[in-house]
Design a protein. Structure first.
Length: 343
């Protein structure tokens, strides 16, 4: 008999309203989930399941109205994940890091789990896919800024139909077919992202491309400088801050680009068999203001400490599909979860 995909479930019918609500919060610790003012906890309803389609996690279900907020400083190690959400019923409105959104039945939104967002949903039925950035690297080398974007293209419609189909068929999907479905899902996600890439190409002036090349060269040459910031780059290269922002917006911003280069350089040093510099020396070399800051940033990016990376010769991307799913499974297997959080 074929083995089916690993799955977990949260249901207020099984756990009670409060038990289901607290478990929902427990599996998403980086989010502030709360009921709207005036809503009674005993009226809360949820029935949701998640399946591991490694490296993707697909979740589908229905919930009553709730606020789901991602605070700006809630860094829990999932910087590499993107989320696509389609609502079959209901609406969700809010603010994604300064971008207002309002979408509902038959619409698709993209979110970056590393960035802040605030949103209130009505009673709704939905499907979402959690996608590690690295899983899209080959198909979409430069992932556009999708945070808070409501997709409108025909390609996005294909993805929505596919997501709704996944919710229907994943409970019966044999494990041996999972890889094919994963590949199809990633291809459809990449096709939907073309909508943003086309907008990005249409709206981008010729200058930012040349400017970005110039700025990237400057950053690489000054990576060890602790004062390397968007402000200092703007002054050193005599580039307006607004121009600098537009040039690096597709890469997540100047500061994020600098951090990514520094952490990749640190990883290369740690993996070099003949480089024996201490963690503190590496942090200082790459412009971090302290060893603690470097270690925290490295752990967030790669899922382990610099010391562990050096000793094992490997890192892992934080909250890959399997890691995320295993975390949820572990949380939901604790029999006293609702009591411990509710008390």
């Amino acid at each position: 008999m074929s083995q089916h995909l690993p799955s977990v479930r949260i249901s207020s019918a099984d756990l009670g309203p409060e038990g289901a609500f607290h478990r929902w919060r427990a599996v998403l610790p980086q989010y502030d989930i709360r009921l709207p003012a005036g809503r009674d906890m005993q009226d809360f309803e949820m029935d949701a399941a998640a399946w591991l389609l490694d490296p993707l996690v697909v979740m589908a279900g229905k919930t009553t109205s709730a606020w789901v907020d991602r605070p700006p400083n809630a860094t829990k190690g999932d910087e590499t994940n993107l989320v696509f959400v389609v609502f079959a019923e209901g609406r969700w409105a809010g603010n994604a890091d300064g971008k207002l959104f309002d979408f509902g039945d038959g619409e698709l939104i993209g979110l970056d789990t590393a960035r802040p967002s605030v949103g209130l949903s009505t009673d709704s039925r939905w499907v979402m896919i959690n996608v590690p950035r690295q899983a899209l690297a080959k198909l979409v080398p430069s992932i556009p800024d999708l945070h808070g974007h409501v997709f409108r293209s025909v390609s996005a419609q294909f993805l929505m139909d596919h997501m709704i189909s996944l919710a229907r068929h994943l409970p019966m999907l044999p494990v041996e077919e999972a890889e094919r479905i994963t590949r199809a899902s990633l291809c459809l996600i990449a096709a939907a992202l073309d909508e943003l890439l086309l907008c990005q190409d249409t709206n981008r002036a010729f200058a930012p491309s040349a400017i970005r090349t110039r700025v990237e060269r400057h950053i690489r040459q000054n990576l060890s400088a602790s004062h390397l910031t968007p402000e200092s780059i703007s002054v050193d290269l005599e580039i307006a801050r607004s121009t600098l922002y537009r040039a690096f917006q597709p890469l997540g911003g100047v500061s994020r680009f600098i951090m990514e280069l520094r952490l990749e350089a640190a990883r290369a040093i740690l993996f070099h068999p003949e480089d024996h510099r201490s963690i503190g020396e590496i942090a200082n070399l790459l412009g971090f203001d302290s060893t603690a800051h470097f270690s925290k940033a490295f752990n967030r990016r790669f899922g382990c400490s610099p010391r562990v990376a050096r000793s094992t010769g490997t890192t892992r991307f934080p909250l890959s599909g399997r890691m995320l799913f295993d975390f949820w499974k572990n949380v939901l297997s604790r029999p006293d979860q609702s009591e411990s959080e509710g008390g």
